[in-house]
Design a protein around this ligand. Structure first.
Ligand code: IMP
Length: 190
């Protein structure tokens, strides 16, 4: 039975994101719980702006709250879908992205995750990036979203072929939540 010293609340409907955050933060003895607080989402060209706006909208809270916004940035498509990843995933999915890159050998891409923390009036932002490429076909059954078509640098497997633990070692979200964990540990903010 694992022992947790601290608890933060994650405002998200994505249960995969909660599992990944929990895996990373358990190394810092932090428990992650879901909150019913809604993340207000604006459309913007930067993930940071989306996260900062949502954090401000939450208002002052007694509890430590985190939110996260992430996206897939494809080099050949000038960073598309980027901050619009969630909408693009719903509309065209992995197959649609593979179609957009049909007969294209330049397949470099990166995932970016921005994690926002708020407690009372204190707001902090953490960034994680994972460079890689878009595969030629969908492979693997784990994870969510674009995992079946994203191969991180120095790997031959997609995120969807990895366990959650492995994915978190390299992933944008793994890095952003690790930065949050280190900051909490250093400054004892919660
Ligand atoms: P949001 O952060 O909820 O706005 O969603 C971003 C979208 O980017 C998700 O719906 C996924 O389609 C995609 N995405 C973000 N992070 C990941 C990841 O770790 N794996 C696969 N897809 C991701």
């Amino acid at each position: 039975m694992q022992h947790f010293d601290k608890k933060i609340f994650f405002a998200t409907n994505n249960s995969n994101k909660i599992l990944e955050a929990q895996h990373v933060l358990s190394n810092f003895k932090i428990l992650v719980d879901k909150t019913e607080i809604k993340k207000v989402e604006i459309q913007s060209d930067t993930l940071e702006e989306i996260v900062l706006y949502a954090l401000k909208k939450i208002g002052k809270t007694l509890y430590p709250i985190v939110i996260e916004d992430s996206g897939l940035f494809i080099e050949k498509l000038n960073g598309f879908p980027g901050p619009y990843s969630s909408y693009v995933y719903k509309k065209i999915g992995c197959i649609g992205i593979l179609k957009l890159l049909e007969n294209e050998n330049e397949r470099r891409a990166k995932f970016v995750s921005i994690v926002g923390f708020r407690r009372d009036r204190l707001i902090k932002i953490f960034r994680g990036e994972c460079n890689g490429k878009i595969s030629y076909k969908m492979t693997g059954t784990h994870g969510f979203g674009f995992d079946p078509i994203f191969i991180p640098e120095n790997e031959e497997r997609t995120f969807a072929e990895m366990s959650l633990e492995e994915k978190c070692l390299w992933s944008h979200r793994g890095k952003a939540f690790k930065a949050l964990g280190n900051w909490i540990k250093l400054y004892k903010y919660i």
